[in-house]
Design a protein around this ligand. Structure first.
Ligand SMILES: C[S@@+](CC[C@H](N)C(=O)[O-])C[C@H]1O[C@@H](n2cnc3c(N)ncnc32)[C@H](O)[C@@H]1O
Length: 270
């Protein structure tokens, strides 16, 4: 689901979030960055260009924690063909966040990072509170942790809260939103700011009988293969009704516009 609109959203995020990079490297000869679930590195490289613009010529060390070998390969290929990365030292760790946590805990030396990001990846972590606690503990004093997930006020949140237990659950993906993350951070006394990253998705085709794109879109929204064919009729009817209700969507010029907002949460180092 995440490639949908992601680039556009992140461009929007950078406009709001440039301040995050304002002080992370002050007085430092090396800036340490940790990317958790970085995928193919597209977003990471945009982040580096922001840091380089703010701190020209300052060396950057980056650890990337990414379990997928295919994504790591794409990341390496992207780095190889991107100019201007000479002052960045990349270390790829083919690990999940929990494997990385165990590795760091076994090490004797203390690690600290000036900037850590977890973008669209906390859905795949089993123990989110413990993971947040661990990665916060790696933040340098003026460091920042950036988390991006679907917003707690998005249509996704409405769907997941109401239907999460009736939609296909698998071990790999949790229905967690930025609202849940904010609750966890608040309960732990963390200092953080939250920004809404507005995004719309036209889902009108879902309501046209027999429309192929509409069927695919519905599968995507419900994470169910052939939802229209396979879902129990009552569940289908309820979801179709909710998809066009204000909790999920608004009506604009006769179109059903799904609230696809993301939220960015910026956590301060202690
Ligand atoms: C939706 S992608 C996001 C990629 C990138 N952050 C972006 O925004 O473009 C989620 C990434 O998290 C990785 N991932 C999945 N489970 C993970 C885990 N337990 N620890 C770290 N990364 C994980 C996946 O391999 C995938 O590359």
């Amino acid at each position: 689901m995440w490639s949908f609109n992601l680039r556009l959203l992140l461009v929007c995020a950078y406009r709001h979030l440039s301040y995050v990079f304002l002080s992370i490297g002050d007085g430092k000869s090396v800036i340490n960055v940790l990317g958790v679930g970085s995928g193919s590195g597209e977003i990471d490289l945009k982040i580096f260009s922001k840091i380089q613009a703010r701190y020209p010529g300052v060396a950057i060390n980056t650890d990337i924690v990414e379990p997928s070998p295919e994504q790591i390969l794409s990341y390496k290929e992207r780095v190889a063909k991107t100019p201007g990365l000479e002052n960045i030292n990349f270390i790829w760790n083919k690990k999940t966040s929990i494997e990385f946590e165990l590795q760091v805990k076994e090490e004797k030396t203390e690690r600290k990072y000036d900037f850590i990001h977890m973008i669209q990846m906390l859905y795949y972590v089993k123990d989110v509170p413990a993971t947040l606690r661990f990665f916060r503990s790696l933040l340098a004093a003026d460091g920042k942790l950036l988390i991006i997930l679907v917003s707690g006020s998005s249509g996704w949140s409405t769907l997941w809260k109401k239907y999460g237990s009736r939609l296909p659950l698998n071990d790999l993906c949790l229905y967690i939103t930025a609202g849940d993350i904010a609750d966890i951070l608040s309960s732990e006394g963390a200092k953080y700011q939250c920004y809404e990253l507005p995004s719309d998705m036209d889902i009108t085709e879902c309501f046209i009988d027999g429309d192929h794109n509409g069927d695919l879109l519905l599968d995507f929204l419900t994470e169910t293969c052939d939802f229209n064919k396979n879902a129990p009729p009552e569940l289908r009817e309820e979801i179709m009704q909710d998809l066009r209700s204000p909790g999920c969507s608004s009506m604009k010029n006769g179109k059903v516009i799904f609230n696809n907002n993301l939220s960015a949460i910026v956590v301060d180092g202690d």
